[in-house]
Design a binder for this molecule. Sequence first.
Ligand code: 0X9
Ligand code: ZN
Length: 302
Amino acid sequence: TVDWTDYNTLDEINDWLMSLVSEYPDKVSLVKAGISYENREILGVKVVFNPGNEDRTVFIESNIHAREWISSAVTTWILNKLLTSKDTNVRQIADTHDWYFVPVFNPDGFVYSHTTDRMWRKTRVPYFLCAGADPNRNWGYYFNTGGSSSNPCSETYGGPSAFSEPSTKTLSEFITTIGPKLGAYIAFHSYSQLMLLPYGYSSSHLDNYQDLYNVGVKAASSLSQKYGTKFQVGNIVELLYVASGGSMDWVKGTFKTPITYTYELRDTGRYGFILPADQIIPSAEETLDSLVTILQEFDKIK
Ligand code: 0X9
Ligand code: ZN
């Protein structure tokens, strides 16, 4: 069962997604967002509370990196809150957007991180000496233009070509079907407590960087209210490193989606990727607080 007191397996997450479709048949529908190398379906849900919000679609991505378990736990918690919360701010953002939640972008790696190697990051596509490409270096926008490796044994191996990985290729095809409707694309990773702005291929302040930054600072302030957790806000290259071929870069570059953030969730390194499960709910609560601020502040800009 999924109750956010512990991390869940892929089967538990997928069973829970399917149970939501039965529980809320008028709001929730199952989405087959892609298929992995090992032939796992990449499942998600579309949630619609009210008609007329098609052009205000929010897409939430997590666990493109296998070991970052907190990311899908936060995604499923937020999904549950949107369906059940009576808080007026949560209801306001829920009811005025259409939603896509795809909790596990990299199911093969995620299963492998549960069964075999807790620190696995990449896909499981075999490449001669080593397995896996970094699925967040494999997208087709400024692919392989910095911050990715051409060595298949590297943790940041970009793959032999853009969209070489079945998961990123099929996910990109699905996202393309809704791309023009996207108002917001949010990717959850861990760890470091950052709100990252496009692009990962460049340190230039491109597109609507200034709006994203100003709203990001307000969102980080909201995030800190409950537990005092501090997040920094800024361009990927300036806060972290060059990282080309990321999913958010591809979405932003292809569709010019206005709202685009990549979160690096808790913590700052004490536990790192192995974040204790008793931090799932507090991390998810503070993250939802920041998401409320993002969507409300962008409504004021338009
Ligand atoms: O290196 C990454 O892919 C991310 N950091 S992590 O420690 N979770 O691996 C940063 C992703 C930045 N986003 C893009 N490059 N689009
Ligand atoms: Zn990551």
